[in-house]
Design a protein around this ligand. Structure first.
Ligand SMILES: Nc1ncnc2c1ncn2[C@@H]1O[C@H](COP(=O)(O)OP(=O)(O)OP(=O)(O)O)[C@@H](O)[C@H]1O
Ligand SMILES: [Mg+2]
Length: 725
């Protein structure tokens, strides 16, 4: 009869290299033991002292057949009893002994006696040899010795495997312990390497540094994928900053919509919590969406570490395995947090650099796009930067190298002061004031002789609002505008002159009358003198008086012509200190004949003191003349005491106030502004220019002009002018 080895699955598995050798020994032991006592079933049970259990190691003998039980606890059945007590047990009739199990099996195999012997070596219980016989076992001394020898062989073999297994386990444990000890060290090295890589790394090299660092991390930790995610500004999206995937591993999509794919993980990360799992089922129920995404992407184990730069969370560092399951010990999480911090700081620094560069680019693009010549000065007035237009202009006008970048712009103007340029002193003072903070800004329009003739510029200087101070200077060529302005001014003069000439034309009759008076007087007096001279003894006193009248009349005529000529003058405006009262009296005199003809009284209620203003006498006379003529025309229809015009002057703080009041038909409703518009007239032969010209003259003199309706009748025109100095 040969021993029947039980199936592999039932056997205690010994993960040692010499397992086959042990199996052979045990098979031989059971075969030879069974041959000693017949008929019997012999088995070797292998003990596991830690688990306090036994497993069938080998079985043989006759009757053949499987044992009904292949595993036992210490204390269970006869075998368990032997194991628990480490004592041999011999029972002649198992049916009479309550310790035995599986009576049906015993009976059906015709077995009833039991012998159990402990396999003990070096104080270790290695197993139990059991013998089941069909009658009480009565062994001879020789048989017992033989059995003891077999027991010894089995025990020795089992001890060998036990020791081998223990050594292997110890070796494994030792290696694991050593690895556990070594990991932080190597990690520390990696960390130091990473941190030093990122210190003061120029931002264009950060990308490459991320790539190599993620790869190193991936290799070191035997991962399938390492990804650096950045939160979008609204924290709605994860944007991949960098990602490393092992060979054959699909790369991650470049963007992730947080709310759809990882809502729970992100909520944790935002609370600075790391999220790790060995398999997606470990995630809590509320993370069902996240778990679903991980499963869809074939992620087995994942760990996401919040990436903190200071107190700010920028994104996360995610490491994953796809093929094997991984646990993430706390120590590793802590280490990865440090790595995350290094990455976060590098990322924040890079973003700050990029933003700065972008804003610098934007600034220089803005500067370049300006058509004005713009330069930035430092606190000392040195040109730090200048736009293309400035450089072009400087080149064209021989300003270089004096007004190029790196030179002192103040020196440019200091030299101009030396050359006696008219506005140079003002410009220099203006720039210096802005630079030292005593002036908020400075602007000046000035003509300058440059290549190609005289051109007009405006220079404006504003402070540079940076801690170091400085200023921005801009030069704008305003020649075109200036020419247009001068042209407009010239046209205004022409127009004013034209209206003056036409006004004088209207006065021609009264002027003729006024001239006629003295001329007639002169003629009459001259004739009278001649008559007196023809007399025998001329009355010399009478003749002297006549001649003096002639002189007076002549003076009067000359005065009329002077006034007329002054009005017809076409010179450019000449500002001087004017006595407004005297000027008004002159104009009134010019109109005196006209007023007499029209039966109108002009009453002058002038301030008793002379009132001085800065102005051009012809222009101001023209205004007074226009207002008086309008007033006269307005009251042309009136009768009685309505035919009076009152001209008033009075001083009011810093202005001299002039008003011309009539009692005519007054202004038409709603035309208070309109009457000052050019070509607005209600008169059949009017041009509508009188008030428009007056307005531009008054404004050029720094005053204002307006009209009001009088309470009773007529209108009053007012114009204040600044007191002259
Ligand atoms: N004192 C006034 N009372 C009433 N209306 C006036 C008075 N002065 C001016 N206006 C109104 O304002 C209009 C414009 O006056 P403005 O002096 O500009 O032109 P004009 O007198 O019509 O013609 P001209 O160019 O010959 O002076 C007048 O036509 C008149 O309707
Ligand atoms: Mg008029």
């Amino acid at each position: 009869m040969s021993a029947q080895p039980s199936s592999q699955a039932d056997r205690f598995s010994l993960s040692t290299p010499n397992r086959d050798a042990v199996d052979t020994v045990l098979a031989r032991v059971v075969r030879e033991a069974a041959a000693l006592v017949r008929p019997s079933v012999v088995a070797v049970w292998i003990a596991d002292e830690t688990a306090r259990s036994l497993k069938l190691g080998a079985v043989g003998g006759d009757p053949a057949g499987r044992l009904p039980i292949t595993a036992l606890s210490f204390g269970q059945g006869g075998v368990g009893w032997v194991a628990a007590t480490r004592e041999a047990l011999e029972v002649d009739d198992v049916f009479a002994d309550l310790r035995f199990l599986g009576r049906h099996w015993w009976r059906s195999h015709g077995l009833s006696s039991f012998l159990g012997l402990p396999l003990v070596l070096e104080d270790r219980l290695l197993g139990v040899l059991s013998l089941n016989g069909s009658r009480p076992l009565r062994m001879t001394e020789g048989e017992r010795d033989r059995l003891a020898g077999l027991i010894n062989q089995a025990a020795t073999a089992l001890l060998g495997t036990r020791l081998d297994a223990e050594t292997a386990a110890q070796r494994q444990e030792g290696a694991a312990r050593r690895a556990a000890l070594a990991m932080p060290l190597q990690f520390e090295e990696l960390l130091v390497r990473l941190s030093s890589t990122f210190v003061r790394l120029p931002s264009h090299e950060v990308e490459t540094a991320f790539a190599t660092s993620l790869q190193q991390l991936g290799h070191f930790l035997e991962l399938d994928r390492v990804t650096l995610y950045r939160f979008s500004r609204d924290a709605q999206e994860f944007v991949v900053v960098h990602s490393w995937s092992g060979p054959g591993v699909m790369p991650v999509p470049p963007r992730v919509t947080v709310s759809q794919e990882f809502p729970w993980s992100v909520s944790q990360l935002l609370r600075e919590q790391a999220v790790g799992f060995s398999h997606p089922e470990e995630l809590p129920v509320e993370a069902f969406r996240d778990a679903e995404t991980f499963r869809r992407r074939g992620v087995r184990s994942n760990l996401a570490i919040p990436m903190m730069a200071g107190a700010r969370i920028l994104g996360c560092l995610a490491v994953a395995t796809l093929t094997v399951e991984r646990v993430w010990p706390d120590e590793l999480v802590q280490r990865l947090r440090l790595v995350g911090e290094v990455f976060a700081n590098a990322l924040a620094q890079k973003e700050a650099d990029d933003n700065l560069r972008e804003s610098e680019l934007a600034k220089s693009a803005i500067l370049a796009s300006l058509s004005s010549h713009v330069a930035v000065l430092d606190r000392e007035g040195q040109i730090v930067t200048a736009n293309e237009s400035w450089m072009r202009f400087a080149r064209a006008n021989g300003w270089l190298p004096q007004a190029g970048v790196g030179t002192s712009y103040l020196d440019v103007w200091r030299r101009a002061v030396g050359d006696d340029a008219t506005h140079a002193r003002d410009v220099l003072a203006g720039i210096e004031a802005v630079l030292d903070g005593s002036g908020a800004s400075f602007a000046l329009e000035y003509p300058s002789r440059v290549a190609g003739g005289e051109r007009w510029f405006t220079i404006s200087v504003v402070p540079l609002r940076v801690p170091k101070g400085g200023a921005v200077v801009s030069h704008t060529d305003i020649t075109e505008r200036k020419l247009a302005e001068l042209e407009a001014q010239r046209s205004r003069h022409e127009l004013a002159h034209f209206t003056r000439v036409s006004t004088i034309g209207a006065l021609a009759a009264s002027l003729a009358h006024e001239l006629n008076q003295p001329l007639t007087g002169i003629l009459a007096n001259a004739q009278a003198a001649m008559r007196l001279m023809e007399a025998g003894s001329p009355d010399l006193a009478e003749i002297r008086s006549i001649l003096s009248d002639i002189v007076d009349d002549d003076k009067r005529a000359r005065e009329v012509i002077r006034r007329l000529r002054s009005l017809l003058r076409k010179d450019a405006a000449q500002f001087s200190l004017l006595d407004l009262n005297g000027l008004i009296r002159d104009v009134a005199k010019l109109l005196s004949s006209d007023t007499i003809i029209r039966n109108i009284a002009v009453r002058l209620e002038l301030d008793p003191d002379p009132l001085f203003v800065n102005g051009d006498s012809v222009q101001v006379q023209q205004v007074v003349l226009n207002l008086l003529l309008n007033a006269m025309e307005a009251i042309a229809e009136c009768v009685g005491d309505g035919r009076t015009i009152v001209v008033r002057t009075k001083i009011e703080v810093e202005t001299v106030h002039v008003s011309v009041q009539d009692a005519g038909m007054g202004l038409q409703q709603g035309t208070e502004q309109l009457v000052f518009e050019p070509f607005y007239t209600t008169k059949p032969s009017g041009l509508g220019m009188g008030l428009a010209v007056s307005k531009s003259i008054i404004e050029a003199h720094g005053g204002r002009i307006w009209a009001t309706d009088n309470a009773l009748r007529g209108a009053t025109f007012h114009f204040p002018l600044p007191v002259g100095v």
